[in-house]
Design a protein. Structure first.
Length: 34
C-alpha cells in the first residue's frame, strides 16, 4: 500500500471498507493493490 498516506489508513480501509463500505472506490483499489 505505497499509495496510502499512512499505514493506519490502509488497515482502516481494509476493515472499514468491508464494514462501513463508505468508500467503495478505495476499497476496490485496495483489493487490486493487494
Amino acid at each position: 500500500m505505497v499509495w496510502m498516506p499512512h499505514p493506519e489508513t490502509g488497515i482502516k480501509l481494509c476493515h472499514s471498507g468491508d464494514v462501513e463500505s463508505t468508500k467503495p472506490e478505495e476499497a476496490s483499489m485496495n483489493e487490486v493493490t493487494m
